[in-house]
Design a binder for this molecule. Sequence first.
Ligand code: PLP
Length: 832
Amino acid sequence: MEHDTVQGSSVAILSSRRKTSVQALRSEIISKLAYSIGKDAATARDHDWLTAAILVLRDRIVDGWMSSVREAKRSGRKRVYYLSLEFLIGRLFKDALGNLGMTEPMREALRDLGVDLDAIAGLEPDAALGNGGLGRLAACFMESMATVGVSGLGYGIRYDHGLFSQKIIDGRQVEVPEDWLSFRNPWEFLRREIVHEIGFGGSVGMNNGWDGTARHAWQPAEIVLAMGYDTPVVGWGGRMINTLRLWSAHAVDPIRLDAFNRGDHVGAMADSTRAESISRVLYPSDATPAGQELRLRQEYFFTSASLQDLIRRHMQRFGDIRSLHEKASIQLNDTHPSIAIAELMRLLIDVHGISWDEAWSMTREACCYTNHTLLPEALESWPVGLMERLLPRHLQIIYAINQHTLDEARKKMPVGRPEDAARISRISLIDESHGRRVRMGNLAYVGSHKVNGVSALHTELMKETVFKDLNQILPGRITNMTNGITPRRWFTHANPKLAGLVCDAIGPGVLDDLENITAFERYADDPATKERFAAVKRANKEALAEYTFEQLGIRIDPAAMFDIHVKRIHEYKRQLLNIVETVALYHAIRAEPDRKWTPRVKFFAGKAAASYVQAKSIIKLINDVAKVVNADPAIRGLLKVAFLPNYNVSLAEILVPAADLSEQISTAGMEASGTGNMKFALNGAITIGTLDGANVEMRERIGSDNIVIFGMTASEVEDRRNAGYNPRAVIEGDPALKEALVSIGTGQFSPDDPARYRNLVESLYDSDFFMVAADFASYVQAQRRVDALWSNPSDWWRKAILNTAHMGWFSSDRAIKQYAEEIWKVPFWRTT
Ligand SMILES: *Cc1c(COP(=O)(O)O)cnc(C)c1O
């Protein structure tokens, strides 16, 4: 595809008109402090300084932002709308400073005022409007779109409370509400004029359109207002600044005065409370069935607001709804926004008077869908009864789409074999097998022109499993877009020492395009580079050791191997495999204390969904094991275990640069891609992992000598399950595994409650769905290979350097360019 040659200078962004001199910054900070916050330097507290500094930075961003918006309007280019129920953003201050090249001037200006930049930056709330990888991907994609020059808008919900904050009390997870907006949010702009009405419930009647034809007319029983808040998203170098627009829910009438005056003070606020509850909290689920009316209300609320908004913009600019699909690409991040298919049909047909056939082809041209999971419990479906009550017109449209889809399917199966009936029932948008439910994945599939998986393996599995039948009936839609991570947050800014080392070696071009980092490969055998690389890692490990001491009071030796397993706690991610191996290692060290053991620190961090009992039990187990192991003098500190509380983006920024070993050990076939794996390898950690998700492609690029792979493949897992897996026999045949499980199951680590882990251990004996026992021996062997490698530092650092050097392709800039070329068909900058 030909790229539009938009010159960087014409979209011109960071105005050099404003001086970034330290002196100018200093006086701007002082005046923000006075005129926006109402304080002077003598009375300002750290939070005030932070807000003032952010407001100064924001002023500079706004100049570029407005010219980006003007340019997008003027050029009439196609735009991308990225709909995501989650954006796991993290802190913005240092990232924006870094992207604008203003870190050092800002640091100096603040220093002159007696303020430490790092100290105030640490006060910025970590915006956690997401659960994990899916939300973090959306945040990386927003930043990469602004970097590679894709004009785009992100749409989501402005939750009052993001993901809960995790406290560990007596080894157990306790969820505490998160309050990121409590000190106002200096990044956002409330757009009072951008308000859309979102309907719920009611009935569907008919009326006559402007041309006299009959149209369906939905009369909702309830209206909620969606109000937009905009946050600028700065790309690298500030050439383009895109917008993240988050919707907040409000009642039409904030208060019912009649009720209030009658003395019913609570009832007077009931509508308001009901409406505002939509944007109150992030749904705290991670791959568990949502099943709640509020969740469906959230999904429809933000999807409808976003579609109305992009149609309004399109009509303002082009005046003709019929060209919508030529000017807008609507990316659905997972099934959460997939009601968009029915909502866009409704808006086109009922509101804009487009015929069914034309509306259907426009919808499919405009929409595209990213699938993130094959776990059946995470593929959303809604009870037909709930949909009928909340969205009656949408249900009609879904039935009509279904009729159309099944008619097409039957045409392709003219013979009418008995197995075809089963296929038809699997393709149907209505699942008749568990009560009647609307299958949102199937709706997204049939209403999109492209359906993408997030790693090569996941995309292939999608074709063989969830979308097998649809892929046969509607072939050619499934495509792969392997995930990526933004190198600004996860390399340049999180690990400035490593970025500096790489720039010194191969030049600063690597900052503009991470794929240039392959040139660093030449240094893999250079002793001086190895030494510097090891010194950078050591400094990052010292910082993590200090943080760990502050948090947990555990002293760790930065010379030990830092073995890090951080991500959501989920059975398929197999933190249990790791902690059982840790117990086995502990027993082995105790049995032979004088052998030459590799000193290790096992770090864990991650949140469990509040209702996920098994995951919470695993957190408690890790903490119980830590307590015993860390206090045992017999192992002479050779093994330590640390569970760091409240895993979030900011904590990841400390952990990722400090890892020697990255644990990516999911049951093969279950992790769609992973992005944590990419962050660690880019920062020079060696991966121990299964052939799952993007690990497969990482191995191809890094080289199989430089990654430690173990365990069953996805197809071996499937075969083993089909053949009747017997975990008990495996456990009985592996003395080390058996000893570890017996000790856990009988209370070695929980003397206060010896039966605490009996059920956990029994579930491994009886079913072990995630194949912990089946992969155990292979995992142990892989860990001993890691030990052997560690004992040869020259070889270790060579491999670490090769990891860093071969991770350039996993930049989210590359991913966004692929989406732009293959799915969205939108122009982007020429970077060559
Ligand atoms: C990257 C990231 C994730 C995703 O990690 P995976 O290992 O891919 O599951 C989750 N949470 C946070 C805070 C992250 O930064």
